[in-house]
Ligand binder design. Sequence first.
Ligand SMILES: NC(=O)c1ccc[n+]([C@@H]2O[C@H](COP(=O)([O-])OP(=O)(O)OC[C@H]3O[C@@H](n4cnc5c(N)ncnc54)[C@H](OP(=O)(O)O)[C@@H]3O)[C@@H](O)[C@H]2O)c1
Length: 214
Amino acid sequence: MRIGILGSGLMGGKLGTIFARAGHDVIFSYARSTQKLKQLAREAQGSARAGTPAEAVKGSDVLLLAVHWSRVEEVLRQSGDLSGRIIVSCSLPMNAEDTALVVAHLSSGAEELARRVPKARIVSAFNTVPSEVLFGVYDPRRKAKRPSLVYCGDDDTAKVTAAELIRDAGFDPVDAGPLRIARYTEPFALLVAQLAYEGTDGPDLGYRFEHFPS
Ligand SMILES: NC(=O)c1ccc[n+]([C@@H]2O[C@H](COP(=O)([O-])OP(=O)(O)OC[C@H]3O[C@@H](n4cnc5c(N)ncnc54)[C@H](OP(=O)(O)O)[C@@H]3O)[C@@H](O)[C@H]2O)c1
């Protein structure tokens, strides 16, 4: 797949690198310096290059939105027409201090995003995992027992694409249902962050779901 990364920081930089290593064509976009984007592309060890958000969107099969909530409007503006595009969003609707969700309970960041780009096909994924564990999951990805990762969305084809990327990143995709389920996965992501950064067991505990025999 041709994957456009909108926001090449902790999440976008790592996931873009993983997707390139998994064999996809990646364009890293949206960082404070073009140098950083070029370096990410060089170090990805796959088919990757740096570009603008508009270039990342053009010809893409899927986009990863990975910016702070305060930058979403700006990235969408720079991206141009997103009609029909699949956007896998890991962006959480956090306040400027990153201490609380600014959209929650009766809606979610993912639903708000879908309202802002009604013609795009939004899937919420990857936001329940701390970026620190991504390479640690990808590297031993062929192990029979993979950690699970939830995703949700309203567009079935977009969800198939997202599930493929989740699998390529080394996780076992778990379909949590329609996009409105992001009302529950987004606060869950804050629990994961709490466990990962302020609990006693670190990031590796934070993202795990276990399957129990029924
Ligand atoms: N990090 C995590 O573990 C994690 C986990 C779950 C969900 N999330 C969510 O994922 C999203 C991305 O998080 P992140 O940790 O990857 O954020 P981040 O590291 O800050 O990355 C955001 C990207 O946006 C770029 N950016 C910010 N302001 C900019 C500006 N004015 N002009 C151009 N580029 C700008 C940054 O550029 P630079 O690279 O130059 O700084 C960076 O590439 C957030 O919504 C967050 O809540 C993060």
